[in-house]
Design a binder for this molecule. Structure first.
Ligand code: HEC
Length: 209
């Protein structure tokens, strides 16, 4: 539970660092903001048109939510996957995405935030069904569904929409990316612009005529 708080706090710390001009950049003091606050939630969203009151779970329920804290790894196009890659991931066993107890300085927290943003996956989508693994082991099968806005691939042959994760049961599973899947843009030269909308969400604009 403490871990979920920490993972969320990393994201919040990152956002606060980006948006708050009062954040002292030279201070090493880590202030973890409290995200889910009943008073702040009361005026968070616009009233619903049908007059009904919207409700949010209480801070008690929110902060007691179960934790998921697992490292994930890039999914390569089958023709670009380094030899022995999946076996090497399996050998690592389940690893924590972040270890809050080992984060002390501001740069360490910022680095942990980068990792959460880039590696977070969508746990409900994790699967090791043979059919799925066979698909991601067959270059031609993957290519069948790739186009300018689907299964975007980086210059290194990484498919941004997916992540490998070694689950707590020790099995290697394929999962959908979270933040980075929608917020990493592949530029025309194949390099990545992290934080920008992905091509399928915001296709390149044509010059106005
Ligand atoms: C399924 C795609 C998707 C995923 C996954 C996703 N986002 Fe987004 N995100 C969007 C879209 C689309 C918008 C723009 C929404 C709008 O403008 O109404 C957005 C907006 C945002 C914004 C606001 C940007 C602004 O300029 O106001 C932030 C911050 C953000 N996302 C952070 C995250 C973080 C952190 C994660 C991971 C925990 C995440 N997003 C996961 C699609 C996604």
């Amino acid at each position: 539970m403490a871990r979920l708080r920490s993972v969320l706090a990393v994201a919040a710390t990152l956002l606060a660092a980006c948006t708050s001009p009062t954040t002292p950049s030279d201070s090493n003091e880590i202030v973890v903001p409290r995200l889910w606050d009943a008073q702040a939630l009361a005026s968070w969203s616009l009233p619903l048109a049908n007059g009904l009151a919207q409700g949010y779970v209480s801070p008690e329920v929110y902060y007691a939510a179960p934790v998921d804290n697992l490292r994930t790894y890039p999914v390569y196009h089958p023709d670009r996957e380094p030899p022995g890659y999946r076996a090497a991931l399996l050998a690592l066993g389940p690893q924590p995405l972040i270890e809050p107890e080992r984060l002390h300085t501001r740069p360490q927290w910022i680095e942990a935030g980068r990792r959460v943003f880039e590696e977070l996956d969508t746990p409900a989508s994790r699967s090791d069904e043979p059919e799925l693994l066979a698909h991601f082991s067959d270059g031609k099968a993957v290519d069948k569904y790739r186009d300018a806005t689907h299964d975007t691939m980086t210059a290194d042959g990484v498919l941004l929409d997916y992540r490998w994760v070694v689950e707590r049961d020790g099995k290697l599973k394929l999962s959908f990316s979270s933040c980075a899947g929608c917020h990493t843009r592949v530029l025309p030269d194949g390099t990545l612009l992290r934080g920008a909308p992905r091509t399928s969400i915001s296709p390149p604009r044509r010059r106005p005529r």
